[in-house]
Write a protein that binds this ligand. Structure first.
Ligand code: NDP
Length: 493
């Protein structure tokens, strides 16, 4: 059993509450860690340390230092990937094969944002008159990062790498369900040379530590990934404090199988979209649209594929589906399955818990689903997907867009023209053609509609972790005196 402390000012410390909460392995319900529970006082200490380090170290001013540190952090992550992967699989219940694939890519984020920092150029916008005019890109100051449990290190990394590259000091509040691997980042960052106080971690509960952080008036930006309601609370607080905000929120991703799609690829792609991470991803393919001409065959094949998935021990390389994260999620997902049945949808496979001590639920497919049913509209965040029939492309687009969410969608087709015509009509921030879930540090990630505001990844995200100063230099040799009594209109060009 691990004991996890807060990380403030470059060292691990016990919380002022002296209280620790337990984190369990969702596959076995064994307690795996006791984690410090931060309160308002601990958050205050972390923010003060961050402010002090931001003002009193070279971090904010020294690009080369940050470039070197980010690259060292990337190497340290690579050297520690095996331990982090095993641990994250135990804490989240994610199958080890998935976890390896995900964490192997983490170092890329630090390398990418180090390169952006190194190659970034400031602009010199055109300016009328005898002036030299240029911009400076500056760090924001102290930023708060609030993260969920489903991809603990990946989502934190997507925020942390650009925040550090931008020269900011950070205070991190990881999820109460999965705070263990984020905590290890404190040590790795210190080894990499991040100055004490530039990176702080306060574990605890959203309603206490999360709230204290997101409402703190010293923060220049708050970046959250979580549910849409959480995002609204945090964005309201940021609005009050006139802090920047980025919010990556809930999803209800549509998978659009066009009539010409290759059936095998569409089935395999849909299973991947729906059931990777046991369906606990914001871009889960939870609404699969299939043309009426292919509907019966598609349902039969997707059910067959789903029944072939191996449910069980996340540490086994053979496992495809692990448990869901917690008892709360387990009950919520089973409730949604009941809601779907009561709404008149048909359980084509799954629909039940799976044997074992942990929070296992069989991957579940609903057919006979109407787009207005709750199971087709609300984020379930578990291994449950709906197959919905369509008759025309026009109807398909209308149904796919027919949700409050707008995070991601995938289109499956070999008809390049039709696929792009469809993509151009979709209301989603991320669209894949013949793929799903694929991500890259250089490629913008963010939702439309109620799925959030702001972006992760890409140069735009780096820019969002900075602020611009405009420097306007008058190089004219003309005498400067507006009040020279000449009555001339000056400064007109
Ligand atoms: P939550 O919204 O419950 O929590 C997210 C984080 O916010 C946690 O650290 C949580 O703390 C904290 N928090 C909760 N309430 C508050 C509050 N009032 N003030 C400040 N902080 C608060 O999300 P989950 O952890 O359950 O994650 C699942 C959600 O995340 C899904 O809706 C999913 O779609 C979304 N998500 C979005 C992604 C995207 O890229 N758009 C990617 C991945 C997930 P605590 O853990 O203690 O509750």
């Amino acid at each position: 059993m691990r004991k996890i402390n807060l990380f403030i000012g470059g060292e691990y410390r016990s919380p002022s509450t002296e209280r620790y909460f337990q984190v369990i392995n969702p596959a076995t319900k064994d307690i795996v860690a006791e984690v410090a529970e931060a309160n308002e006082q601990d958050v205050e200490l972390a923010v003060q340390n961050a402010l002090h380090a931001f003002t009193n170290t070279e971090w904010a001013h020294d690009r080369q230092l940050r470039f070197d540190v980010l690259n060292r952090l990337s190497s340290l992550l690579r050297a520690n990937l095996d331990e982090l992967t095993e641990l994250e699989s135990v804490i989240t219940g994610r199958p080890i094969r998935e976890m390896k694939a995900q964490l192997l890519r983490l170092p890329e984020w630090y390398e990418y944002f180090a390169s952006v920092l190194k190659t970034m150029e400031n602009s010199s916008p055109p300016f009328s008159g005898s002036y030299v005019n240029y911009t400076q890109r500056l760090p924001l100051g102290v930023v708060g990062l609030i993260t969920p449990w489903n991809h603990p290190l990946l989502i934190l990394t997507k925020k942390l790498a650009p925040a550090l590259a931008g020269g900011n000091a950070v205070v991190i509040k990881p999820s109460e369900n999965a705070p263990v691997t984020p905590s290890i980042l404190g040590d790795l960052a210190k080894q990499a040379g991040v100055p004490n106080g530039i990176l702080n971690i306060v574990q605890g509960f959203g309603t206490v530590a999360g709230k204290a952080l997101s409402t703190h008036p010293a923060l220049e930006k708050i970046d959250v990934t979580g549910g849409t309601e959480t995002g609204r609370h945090i964005a309201s607080a940021a609005g009050f404090n006139l802090a920047k905000v980025a919010a990556e929120l809930g999803g209800k991703a549509s998978v659009l199988i066009l009539p010409d799609a290759n059936m095998e690829e569409a089935v395999n792609g849909s299973a991947f979209a729906a059931f990777i991470a046991t369906g606990q991803t914001c871009v889960q393919g939870s609404r699969i649209f299939v043309h009426e001409s292919q509907y019966e065959v598609f349902v039969e094949k997707l059910v067959e594929k789903t029944k072939s998935l191996t449910i069980g021990d996340p540490s086994s390389l053979e496992t495809d589906i692990g448990p869901v994260i917690s008892e709360r999620q387990y009950r919520r997902i089973l409730d949604y399955i009941q809601i779907g049945i009561e709404e008149g949808a048909t359980v084509a496979c799954g629909g039940e818990p799976f044997e074992g001590n942990g929070f296992f639920i069989q991957p579940t497919i609903f057919t006979n689903v109407r787009n207005d049913m709750r199971v087709a509209q609300e984020e379930i965040f578990g291994p449950v997907t709906c197959i919905i029939k369509y008759t025309s492309i026009e109807e398909l687009v209308k149904q796919a867009n027919g949700t409050d969410m707008g995070l991601a969608m995938s289109v499956w087709s070999n008809n390049i023209r039709l696929a792009h015509q469809v993509v151009n009509q979709l209301e989603a921030g991320i669209v894949w053609i013949n793929d799903h879930h694929r991500i890259d540090p250089s490629s913008p990630w963010g939702g439309f509609k109620s799925s959030g505001i702001g972006l992760e990844n890409s140069i735009q995200c780096f820019n969002d972790y900075t602020k611009l100063r405009n420097v306007i230099v008058n190089i004219s040799t003309e005498p400067f005196d507006w009040f020279d009594g000449s009555q001339q209109v000056k400064r007109y060009s």
